[in-house]
Each structure stands twice: as structure tokens, then as C-alpha cells.
Design a protein around this ligand. Structure first.
Ligand SMILES: [Zn+2]
Length: 68
């Protein structure tokens, strides 16, 4: 058994995401346009689209989610 592997009733428990801590996920609620409806850079409204966007970007200032 690896010391870093956690088990619950003998079942391995998936490790927490290494990408985002809970705190970082909470931060998303404050700035991400999917939650705020605004560009986090220039604060212009960014509308949800149909079908829903997979990538968020701002036509006003060029902010892109994948560069954030
Ligand atoms: Zn913007």
C-alpha cells in the first residue's frame, strides 16, 4: 500500500484534484464569467450562448479563459 493512497472500506479513494483546490474553485465563483456574466478583465457583460460555450472569451478586450 502506498502511503499516499487513501482507502475507505478497502476501496481506494480518488485523490483530490491536483488542478484546483477548493479555495480556487470558490474563487471561480467570484470572477468567472460563467458565474458573474462579466468579463473578469474589463467587466463587460459576456452572455451565455446556446448551446453553452465551452470556452469563454471577451470580444471587447480579447480576454480568453484559457489565458487566464
Ligand atoms: Zn473583456
Amino acid at each position: 500500500m502506498k502511503p499516499t493512497q487513501a482507502f475507505y472500506n478497502g476501496t481506494p479513494i480518488a485523490p483530490p484534484s491536483i488542478h484546483l483546490t477548493t479555495e480556487q474553485k470558490m474563487d471561480l465563483l467570484d470572477w468567472h464569467p460563467i458565474f458573474t456574466g462579466r468579463c473578469p478583465n474589463c467587466e463587460r457583460p459576456i452572455r451565455e450562448t446556446t448551446p453553452p460555450r465551452s470556452h469563454w472569451d471577451c470580444a471587447e478586450c480579447g480576454w480568453r479563459e484559457d489565458l487566464a
